[in-house]
Design a protein around this ligand. Structure first.
Ligand SMILES: Nc1ncnc2c1ncn2[C@@H]1O[C@H](COP(=O)(O)OP(=O)(O)O)[C@@H](O)[C@H]1O
Ligand SMILES: CC(=O)N[C@@H](CCC(=O)OP(=O)(O)O)C(=O)O
Length: 257
């Protein structure tokens, strides 16, 4: 089964273009099963502000107290997942929303409870559910909330969750959909970057903020056997049936002298 995991960032979820959905149809025509993992960072920020709850980011991850977690879950499961599943349905996809925490589908451990609170890294994905859905041509739309062995719900960065799902189901590719046309270097889209160049651009500060978890998740997915990873815009077409538009992240193969 050829499958692709598509991570849709909160930055662009509310402004996905019709040509974005056409690209998804092109992927289905090319024989791919699609799985969505979504974010919702900007909407979480707005809701936290509305409720006057403070939160801060540590290395790109939201420090998550119990109070913050209630709002994270309300926004991700209650709004973002619903909005995206409905939008996909309107565009003709058989989208089914799923919470990562349901039946321990995404199993996680704390990254550092002291420093980050209820923030997880995924240890295991119960992928048999996904396979059943994909066999019946459904399109799963997954919320990045995971559960510990003891049943505690944890907030997971959506880029990291998407890469974990892609690795677990041996997807061919993982596509990060965001609000820019790819990774910008000197203000212009790089069509290709390898894993070594990625690390250099992070060190130089050219790649920063929300792009860091994306490219690091891309590198990790490639190191775990994915064939390709793309970073594309949700505001445009990203696949016309033969050619991709965005930044392709690839493994460095040759040894530098
Ligand atoms: N080199 C870069 N190229 C493109 N975007 C970058 C780069 N460095 C930092 N960014 C920032 O990363 C953002 C995308 O990450 P983020 O806001 O977390 O989006 P999402 O919600 O889609 O995950 C871009 O809008 C941009 O501001
Ligand atoms: C731990 C952590 O940082 N979780 C993220 C989950 C949502 C997310 O990743 O959304 P985007 O993809 O839109 O950034 C958060 O609370 O914002």
């Amino acid at each position: 089964m050829k499958s692709i995991v598509i991570k849709c960032g909160g930055s662009v979820m509310n402004e996905l273009a019709p040509s974005f959905f056409d690209s998804m149809k092109n992927l289905e025509v090319a024989g791919y099963h699609l799985i969505f993992v979504h974010g919702g960072g900007p909407d979480i920020n707005k809701m936290l502000e509305l409720h006057q709850v403070q939160s801060e980011f540590v290395n790109g991850l939201r420090k998550t107290t119990n109070e913050v977690m209630e709002i994270v879950e309300m926004v991700l499961s209650g709004q973002a997942n619903r909005k995206l599943a409905t939008k996909l349905h309107h565009h003709g996809f058989k989208a089914i929303g799923m919470n990562g925490s349901d039946h321990g589908f995404l199993q996680a451990d704390y990254i550092n409870e002291q420093e980050l609170g209820l923030v997880g890294e995924i240890k295991q994905v119960k992928s048999e559910w996904l396979k059943v859905m994909l066999d019946h041509q459904y399109l799963p739309v997954i919320t990045p909330i995971a559960m510990t062995e003891k049943g505690v719900k944890l907030n997971v960065n959506a880029d990291v969750a998407a890469a974990s799902v892609a690795k677990a189901i041996n997807a061919e590719s993982c596509i990060f959909v965001t609000d820019v046309e790819g990774v910008l270097i000197d203000g212009k889209r790089a069509n290709e970057l390898d894993t070594v160049e990625i690390k250099q651009h992070i060190d130089s500060g050219e790649i920063s903020g929300g792009m860091i978890p994306k490219v690091l998740s891309a590198v990790s997915a490639l190191e775990h056997g994915l064939q390709s990873v793309m970073i594309v815009s949700g505001k445009n077409e990203f696949y016309d049936g033969s050619k991709w538009i965005g930044t392709k992240i690839k493994k460095r193969t040759e040894v530098l002298q």
